[in-house]
Design a protein around this ligand. Structure first.
Ligand code: 2RA
Length: 336
């Protein structure tokens, strides 16, 4: 099947190409799409060089699915044009996530709500995806009242320029373009995305609002502090969860051990717990430090880590595309 990757030359775009290849997605023709200045450049897919094309040519070629990772502005302007042409868009930006007419999908949780009429499907924010994957099975069993989360997020979430800033600072090169208002190497910034009037950042409010939408329950209260740290392997989260009902710690472990996409790494005596260094390049979400909050009843502490470019972005988007194909929810113009 013809697949377009819009924003193919970016950090997430490159990861989408890798994930499509690794998961053996049934691609008959890959259309790497980017803005004018990248048109004509070549990317490598399945060992072959493929030329980057522009948006108009991509729409004319009518792929069944276009996975977008080109920023909110591009997505707002172009996703509807792709959709009007009958192309299903899986969009990685924040543009459509809270639009009540669009689904916000983590396949393990709510892909079953998708229909052929869903022509623009939103991929959630990276820090939200890894958290809800762990919260959802626990909510079903014990009912979550409130979540307090602090994140430790990789610079890869900002993009290639941020990775360059980190490594340039590490070797003392201060000539490079700065994407953060402060140094990031040897530092920690309690600031991800822009600040809002309520004192929170957009990233923090994404965690609050997207969690309720994905899990389909507006009673789940999430308060977040999102923080950028000088790492590249993935996002980490310290999560405190208060349930309505009492839980059994062994049962919590058993539930998480049998949750699709979740891997329990919890053997502190042997120094086994999730870390960005070990989550890097993996599709799973890792959970450890599973313990009772001893200061109040029905409350659990967890540590969650995932590669934000994989499950937090590319892998989740490709899994949505896989679901669409498996359930024949897209328009295919050629034989697969
Ligand atoms: C970040 N959540 O890490 C963003 C990327 N989508 O900055």
């Amino acid at each position: 099947m013809k697949i377009a990757v819009v924003g193919a030359t970016g950090l997430v775009g490159g990861e989408i190409l890798k994930v499509l290849e690794e998961r053996n997605f049934p691609v008959t023709e890959l259309l790497p799409v980017a803005s004018e200045r990248s048109v004509g450049k070549e990317i490598t897919f399945k060992g072959k060089q493929v030329k980057v094309i522009g948006f108009e040519d991509a729409i004319k070629a009518k792929p069944a699915i276009a996975i977008f990772s080109a920023g909110g502005g591009t997505s707002l302007a172009l996703a509807p044009k792709f959709a009007e042409a009958g192309i299903t868009v899986v969009d990685n930006s924040s543009a459509w996530r809270m639009d009540p007419t669009k689904k916000l999908v983590v396949p393990e949780i709510n892909a079953h709500t998708l229909t052929p009429e869903d022509k623009i499907i939103a991929n959630p924010n990276c820090s939200t995806i890894q958290m809800v994957l762990v919260l959802n099975p626990l909510h079903q069993k014990y009912t979550i009242k409130r979540v307090v989360v602090s994140t430790y997020q990789s610079v890869t979430g900002t993009g290639k320029d941020a990775v360059d800033q980190l490594f340039a600072e590490r070797i003392g090169d201060h000539s490079i373009k700065k994407v953060y208002p402060h140094p990031i190497d040897l530092n920690v910034l309690p600031h991800i995305d822009s600040f809002l009037d309520n004192g929170y950042t957009k990233e923090e409010m994404k965690m609050t609002n997207e969690t309720m939408k994905i899990m389909g329950d507006n009673s789940i209260a999430v308060t977040a502090t999102t923080v950028r740290i000088p790492t590249i392997g993935g996002h980490s989260e310290a999560v405190n969860i208060e349930f309505k009902n009492e839980f059994d710690l062994a049962e919590v472990r058993a539930i998480l051990e049998t949750t699709d996409g979740v891997v329990v790494q919890d053997d502190p005596k042997n120094f086994i717990y999730p870390m960005p260094l070990t989550a890097h390049g993996k599709d799973d979400t890792f959970v450890g430090r599973i313990r009772r909050d001893e200061t109040q009843p029905c409350t659990l502490n967890l540590w969650i880590v995932a590669d934000n470019l994989r499950k937090g972005a590319a892998t989740n988007a490709v899994q949505i595309a896989e679901y669409l194909v498996k359930h024949a929810l897209v328009e295919v113009t050629e034989k697969v």
